[in-house]
Design a protein around this ligand. Structure first.
Ligand code: PGA
Length: 250
């Protein structure tokens, strides 16, 4: 049975003290349900302290990005090995904001995934189409292209990957994909995994939905057959909302 996951991506929000308080509020109210995980994904600045607080309560911790090279003269970047030295569990790869604003290429994304896997950190690989591709009905094609990065992995490597489908038009806009739109894409992604790695792996891979997910719509989205939880932006900055979203997995 695959894990159900709710992950909160704080993006570039929260001063240090504010972030520590949020991590405490979330961790204290977390009660784990079987086969589920709650993940906090703060900025790098908070990782060490948030990790200490969250892990004591069984909450997992992720980073928002890492560099695709091993180490050395890459000023301002953070490597997968450095994340591993803090025992970070997960790392986002290819969030649409990074694809768009930092022009991350498939070769770089592949490098990041490989570095993370080598260090025992599970990548949360993000995909999702922009509004033009939704309107012109190119969304399956776009997502299929983005996922090609993953088909280069060995089946054993693929076992550690979580996928997050985040339609760009739904991120931070208040406009959520309908449960049917999410289900249709998740089913498509699972079918692609089946094609590349066979049924066992397609059935065990967690596929999360992201894009204006909130307490009001989480339950309907998560009740879809192929939606295994959510990657939450805005609503993860409030502990009540974030815990309510996690509780809708149960
Ligand atoms: P949102 O962001 O929940 O604020 O739409 C989701 C994300 O970017 O991961």
């Amino acid at each position: 049975m695959r894990n159900k996951i709710v992950a909160g991506n704080w993006k570039m929000n929260m001063g240090f003290d504010e972030g520590v308080n949020l991590a405490k509020a979330v961790s204290e109210r977390y009660t784990k349900a079987k086969n589920t995980e709650l993940i906090i994904i703060p900025p790098y600045l908070h990782l060490s302290e948030v990790s200490r607080i969250a892990k004591a309560k069984g909450v997992k911790v992720g980073a928002q990005n890492c560099y695709h090279k091993e180490n050395g003269a890459h000023t301002g970047e953070i490597s997968a090995a450095q994340l591993a030295s803090l025992k970070i569990d997960y790392c986002l790869v290819g969030h649409s904001e990074r694809r768009e604003h930092f022009k991350e290429t498939n070769a770089e994304l592949f490098g990041k995934v490989k570095m993370l896997l080598k260090e025992g950190i599970r990548p949360i690989f993000c995909c999702g189409e922009p509004l033009e591709d939704r309107k012109s009905e190119l969304y399956f094609k776009t997502v299929g292209e983005q996922l090609k990065v993953l088909w280069e992995l060995t089946p054993e490597e693929f076992d550690s990957v979580v996928i997050a489908y985040e339609p760009v038009w739904a991120i931070g806009t208040g406009e959520t994909a309908t449960a049917q739109q999410a289900q249709e894409m998740h089913e498509f992604i699972r079918a692609l995994i089946n094609e590349h790695y066979r049924k066992k792996r397609s059935e065990s891979c967690s596929i999360l939905y992201g894009g204006s997910c909130k307490p009001e719509n989480a339950e309907e989205l998560f009740s879809q057959k192929d939606v295994d939880g959510g990657l939450i932006g805005g609503a993860s900055l409030n502990s009540d909302n974030f815990i309510a979203i996690y509780n809708s997995l149960k």
